[in-house]
Design a protein around this ligand. Sequence first.
Ligand code: AKG
Length: 228
Amino acid sequence: MADSTPQILDLPNGDAAFYPSFFSRADADRLLEELRESTAWRQESIKLYGKPVDIPRLTAWYGDKDSVYTYSGITNVPRPWTPALLEVKNPVERPSGVVFNSVLLNRYRTGRDSVAWHSDDEKEFGENPIIASVSFGGVRTFQFRHKELKNLKTSVALTHGSLLIMRGTTQRHWLRQIPKTTRDVEERINLTFRVVLAQSGEKDVGSPEGIAGPARTHVARHLDPKGH
Ligand SMILES: O=C(O)CCC(=O)C(=O)O
């Protein structure tokens, strides 16, 4: 771990802490490579006016073996944790204060890949979900927008090896996105660790161009606060 001093973002009605260099440069370089090679990347698509449209990034789901995810009407058993994923998951749990049971990986191949405005405010994530977002590779701008107070916006440059922890009422009051960019950016891999509590719900995971993305429904074993 390279640094343990977070910058606290100014998010009224929210709580977000940013560690620009949570992983050392050497570990971040190695993990980027390992995750790129060892992840079962998928190109998901959504139906738009009856036609399949690729979402603008590659994704993958991993997690505890009895956590089952359904999205776009397809039930998926998450793939089991890999050594590279556990190497990322374990250290981020300490500052997050929870044991995560699932992770969504996003791979942004170029600046044309993106994720549209969304939040994780579904009930299966609990009242005030804690989400840990780790970034490796090219620096991308992560934007926040307040759901009710439309003029409230902020952004943070998600650096190679960084960790962003969102907690409290952040998901209730704030949307987030990674916009497309015309800058010549390196490929980027993002890991968003979550605790899925139970049952089902709908999840908008973003869209190609601001259009509603694929819904995903989560059914997972309930974890107590210690994650056992
Ligand atoms: O790539 C990122 O930093 C954002 C990912 C994200 O917001 C998500 O997967 O829900």
